[in-house]
Structures are given as structure tokens and as C-alpha cells.
Design a protein around this ligand. Structure first.
Ligand SMILES: [Zn+2]
Length: 352
């Protein structure tokens, strides 16, 4: 069995602000952290929704602010923003936007060795507070290490006003921890992989909270949205404590990554992870029907049709998922699904 490393480094956000209108505290937070200049990274749409407000707030607090556009989460975009950070010599990078913008700001700031503040405009996945980023153009479809944000400013008013589909997707990503934690424990007992009980418990607790608060989240009450945001932040913290995405990404994420590679039009990350969780929970002998019910209650997809993905891609993704990341041992390595078994599983769980 592999020994636990003697030194365990954990990088966490220093400030997490969740609540209505917290975006207007951005300038104060930067002042508190000693920053005087910032590069604000945003998309065209997210700039209109929240970026402009953030920019005005930062300027009103006396900061020098430049803007950079993040259109997509490609490596080219990351290099361009990284050069902009270097050229301006700014103290901090502020990412205002959805998952892609946050990933570009996170990765480019890490590469330019500058701190990063995460200002999400949607709650679509757990990358808002994590140290990992998912980018296009890498030789793999899954997340890689970047850096944890120094602060997370999650404005529940802005997130509540975002299309509900994103929120339901975030719930799918959080609910998937019931499976990913099981996969991690399995890898620990079979492969002797490092397992951190605290990080695992934290991830699992987030999933349980979202399950308990499903109706409130669906109704988009302030408390419901806050609970989801706290769960997403906790998942990011769980990954930081574990030192990898292990507590938050197991077989259900491999299934989603496989879909991203093969489906002509993949659905949202959290939507795919949610459907994967139903089937992987069944393989683990967990209460998969409860997961499915909760996803339904949340208005998240539970079938191939609701994902807008053809049945054949679901089956193919189930078969190929274990090849996506061979070093990540999961239940898929135990069952080695054949094509007919994969079809049977998807049919049994009502996915196809
Ligand atoms: Zn995820």
C-alpha cells in the first residue's frame, strides 16, 4: 500500500462571499487583499450581465482595471490572456462569467503566476472554487491542475437570474459525488490509492445537502441557491484538500468525458454527470432510483432524450469511459462492460 505523503499542501480560497449583491463588494475585497490593479476576464454576454458592474465597482474603489475577452476555453485563449496579464503586470486576475471564462481566468493566471478571483455568473459546475480547470485543445478531455482562487464572489442574485438549466446542471455535478467518493474508496481498497476521509466526507455532504434542498433549489429561493453555491464551493475545497479531483470525479465523470469526445452535440457537464451518476450508482449497488428521483425533482435530465444525445452514444460512452483516464480506477474497471451489458444497464436505469 502506498504511504501517505508526509507533507500535505492545501491551497484554499481566503475569502468566500455568497449572497445577493456581493459583486458590489469586489473592490473592497481587492483592497483588503492589497490589490491595486486587475485584469478583468469576461465573455461578451457575461460582461453585459455582470462584468460591467464588476468593472465599475473596481474602478470606483480606485483600482486600475484592464479588460480581456475569453470567448472559449481553448489553449490559444489561455495563452493570449496570459500574455495580457504579463504585459499589464496587474496584481490580480478577476474572472467574471460562466464555466469557460472561469477556467480561462484560472489557468492563465496560474501560468502567469498571479492570484485569481472567481466571480461566477452561473452555478453550472464545481469549478467555481476548485484548483482544476478544463480546457479544449489538451491531449485529454478532463480537468488539469491550475490554482485555487484567492477569493470567490458568488452573487446569488445574478446566479438566480441565469437560465435555470445551468443551475440544474450544477446540481447534477454535486449529486455525482455520491458515486465519485465510492469510486475513490474502491481505488483505495483495490489499488492502495491515497484516500482522504475528510475530503471524501465533505464531497459527500455536499451531495446530501443538495438532495435535501432539491425543492428549494428548484423554486430558486435565496436559501436554495445559497445551498447549491455552498455545496459547489465545498466540492472545490474537497478537491483542494485531497490534492486532486478524486473526491469529485469518478466513473460518472468518465462517462461524461466520453460523451464530450464522441457525441455530436454534448449536453452540459453537470447534466451528463447526473445521468452517469444514475447508472454508476446502480453498478455500485447504491440507491440509484433516489438519485434519479432527485434529478427529476430538480428538473435535470435523466434520459438520453432529455440530454438530446442519441442512444448509441450513451452505450458507446459507457463502454469507452474506462479508457479515458486509465490511471483512475473506478467501478468500470471492476465490471468491464461489454456493449450489450452497457445497453442493458442504460435500459434498466431508464436512460435509453
Ligand atoms: Zn464535475
Amino acid at each position: 500500500m502506498r504511504a501517505v505523503a508526509r507533507i500535505h499542501r492545501i491551497d484554499l480560497p481566503r475569502i468566500v462571499l455568497i449572497g445577493e449583491d456581493v459583486i458590489d463588494s469586489l473592490g473592497d475585497i481587492c483592497g483588503e487583499l492589497g490589490f491595486r490593479s486587475a485584469l478583468l476576464v469576461s465573455g461578451y454576454k457575461t460582461f453585459e450581465i455582470a462584468g460591467k458592474r464588476a468593472l465599475e465597482n473596481l474602478r470606483a474603489s480606485g483600482m486600475e482595471v484592464w479588460r480581456a475577452h475569453a470567448g472559449n476555453s481553448t489553449l490559444d485563449c489561455v495563452s493570449r490572456v496570459k500574455e495580457e496579464i504579463r504585459r499589464r503586470g496587474c496584481d490580480v486576475v478577476v474572472g467574471v462569467g460562466g464555466g469557460r471564462v472561469i477556467d480561462v481566468a484560472k489557468m492563465s493566471s496560474a501560468r502567469a503566476e498571479r492570484p485569481f478571483i472567481s466571480v461566477p455568473t452561473t452555478a453550472s459546475h464545481d469549478g467555481i472554487a476548485s484548483s482544476v480547470a478544463s480546457l479544449k485543445g489538451l491531449d485529454r478531455p478532463y480537468s488539469i491542475q491550475a490554482q485555487a482562487p484567492i477569493a470567490v464572489i458568488a452573487d446569488s442574485g445574478i446566479i438566480r437570474a441565469s437560465p435555470y438549466r445551468f443551475t440544474a446542471s450544477g446540481c447534477g455535478d454535486v449529486l455525482s459525488k455520491s458515486v465519485s467518493v465510492r469510486d475513490w474508496r474502491l481505488a483505495h481498497s483495490v489499488k492502495g490509492e491515497y484516500y482522504g476521509a475528510y475530503a471524501a466526507s465533505l464531497a459527500l455532504m455536499s451531495a446530501n445537502h443538495v438532495m435535501d434542498w432539491a425543492e428549494e433549489i428548484r423554486a430558486r429561493t435565496e436559501e436554495g441557491i445559497r445551498t447549491l453555491l455552498e455545496a459547489l464551493v465545498s466540492c472545490g475545497v474537497a478537491m483542494s484538500i485531497a490534492g486532486s479531483s478524486r473526491p469529485c470525479s469518478g466513473s460518472e465523470h468518465l462517462f461524461s468525458h466520453a460523451l464530450d469526445m464522441i457525441a455530436p452535440r454534448p449536453a452540459l457537464h453537470g447534466e451528463q454527470c447526473g445521468v452517469g451518476t444514475i447508472m454508476m450508482a446502480h453498478l455500485h449497488g447504491l440507491d440509484w432510483e433516489e438519485t434519479r428521483e432527485t434529478l427529476r425533482l430538480l428538473g435535470a435530465p435523466t434520459t438520453a432524450a432529455e440530454l438530446g444525445i442519441g442512444e448509441e452514444y450513451i452505450v458507446e460512452a459507457l463502454v469507452r469511459a474506462r479508457e479515458i483516464r486509465p490511471e483512475r480506477y473506478t467501478i468500470l474497471n471492476e465490471v468491464n462492460l461489454s456493449r450489450s451489458e452497457a445497453r442493458e444497464l442504460a435500459e434498466f436505469c431508464g436512460v435509453i
